[in-house]
Design a binder for this molecule. Sequence first.
Ligand SMILES: Cc1cc2nc3c(=O)[nH]c(=O)nc-3n(C[C@H](O)[C@H](O)[C@H](O)COP(=O)(O)OP(=O)(O)OC[C@H]3O[C@@H](n4cnc5c(N)ncnc54)[C@H](O)[C@@H]3O)c2cc1C
Length: 167
Amino acid sequence: MKLDELEKELGSKLIMNDNVIDHYSKSPYLVSPILSKMGKRVLGVVIVEDRYDVEFVVKFCDIHRIPLLARGAGTSTIGQVLPIHPSIVFDIQKLNKTMEYDEKYLKISPGVKVLDALNYLRKRGKELQVYPSSFYISTLGGYIAGGDVGIGSYQYGYHFHNAELDM
Ligand SMILES: Cc1cc2nc3c(=O)[nH]c(=O)nc-3n(C[C@H](O)[C@H](O)[C@H](O)COP(=O)(O)OP(=O)(O)OC[C@H]3O[C@@H](n4cnc5c(N)ncnc54)[C@H](O)[C@@H]3O)c2cc1C
């Protein structure tokens, strides 16, 4: 598989050493022994730092028909970050620079930890109505893309029901 073009564009943001490949080829919190056996070795890991990195990786994988796997903190328990094909992984944890709240909307980068978002909101007298019990390790982007219930669910249901900011 030719990853030269990716390497030329992204430099050290593309990592292909064995330790890193090993780490991203696993789903550390996956509970299913059956799914665990389906994991494949990833081809490379891109630590994206801005939207241009994301755009480039998405286009590259589309053109070359390479499976692409987004990864936050990798805390999914149901196999969402397990590569079932040899894939490129892009890690979003460095996309964590933006947290803005303007009384109506919260704008937040996907790599921000749920805990940091909660602390940010609580300082402003606000709250996430539903958030995962893995809030201290997982990212908000990973939760929105992959999670659904958690602390607050008995009262407010699923994250995507009406559980937005407590206004
Ligand atoms: C102890 C523990 C408690 C947990 N409690 C809960 C709980 O209460 N409720 C709950 O719903 N889950 C829970 N989980 C599961 C998991 O932690 C959550 O779903 C979590 O919020 C996922 O965040 P993450 O950053 O680890 O995402 P990851 O596991 O890295 O990714 C989750 C999914 O989102 C996708 N993804 C990640 N980032 C992006 C992005 N920027 N764009 C598009 N797709 C993206 C990934 O490809 C994957 O499919 C728990 C897990 C553990 C280990």
